[in-house]
Design a protein around this ligand. Structure first.
Ligand SMILES: [Fe+2]
Length: 281
């Protein structure tokens, strides 16, 4: 086993790991190495061959316990912790809505009381061009806010819901059981990263409905101001996918979005795994 190299990306976050055999991820030294790189860089790109769902589950286990996807129809049959995300644009307009919903900045699972700590995405089929995934460093967004704005939001909580009128697009329909599993939740607007102690703004343009203790107008104005900082590309990294890539990101201190700019009818299929997290604080 050669020793893997960490190459920081020339962007606001992220590192690439070269020379790693993903099959070694269960080795305690490699497990510790992967988690260290993720905590430091918030996003890790691990290039390699395409993996079957079982191999992906085994690799993802290096980042802690896996959590099954809420929406049953997205679960891959053989391995329920691995979801198959089809974002192919269909000429007949039957595109999976997830593709459009993911077009705006979000962090996975924030509508849950205990959101996913991290997400892994693995490219299985890619269109000939387009479909980049963008990531935003929410530590640097928080640090870029004015002192006065930080004073306004420190200690505030916000309500995250499966859907909100603030989101550009509507999410997939839930079954009655899935609705019962996903009531609205409250999270702090500013999170402290449990491993590094750094503060991060905790936003989600698809789920964050309002700030607790403010009327809708005041809350919308403040959320728009925070969103404007997060949209500044000095906080971003754009990942152009190569087949077989695994990208792992820390949902506690990043947001992500996808460019839905790829050709109609060309397959875009990813496997996704969510890693269990803790209650935000
Ligand atoms: Fe996502």
């Amino acid at each position: 086993m050669g020793s893997p190299q960490v190459i920081p990306l020339r962007a606001a976050l992220g590192a690439r790991i070269e020379g790693l055999d993903r099959a070694d991820a269960a080795n305690p030294e490699i497990t510790a190495f992967l988690n260290r790189v993720l905590a430091e860089h918030l996003l890790v790109v691990v290039p390699g061959d395409r993996m079957a769902p079982k191999q992906m589950r085994d690799f993802a286990s290096a980042f802690s316990k896996l959590k099954p996807q809420v929406l049953r129809y997205k679960r891959s049959g053989e391995v329920p912790e691995v979801s198959v995300m089809v974002s192919t644009l269909m000429a007949d307009g039957t595109t999976d809505k997830t593709a459009l919903r993911s077009e705006d900045w979000h962090t996975d699972d924030s509508y849950m009381a205990i959101p996913a700590k991290a997400t892994l995405l693995h490219s299985i089929e890619l269109p000939s061009h387009g479909g980049m995934t963008w990531f935003c460093n929410m530590h640097s967004v928080y640090e870029a806010l004015s002192e006065a704005t930080r004073r306004r939001i420190d200690g505030k909580c916000a309500i995250h819901a499966y859907d909100t009128s603030r989101a550009r697009n509507r999410p997939s329909q839930r079954t009655a059981r899935e609705i019962a599993e996903t009531p609205d939740v409250e999270h702090p607007l500013v999170r402290t990263h449990p491993e590094t102690g750094r503060k991060a703004l905790y936003l989600n343009f698809n789920r964050l409905d309002r700030i607790v203790g403010m009327d809708r107008e005041e809350s919308d104005a403040l959320l728009d101001e925070l969103a404007a900082e997060a949209r500044n590309n000095k906080h971003h990294y754009g990942h152009a996918w190569t087949l077989g890539d695994v990208v792992v990101w820390d949902n506690r201190a990043t947001m992500h979005r996808v460019d839905v700019d790829y050709p109609m009818g060309e397959s875009r299929i990813m496997q996704r795994v969510l890693i269990e997290g803790d209650r935000p604080h």
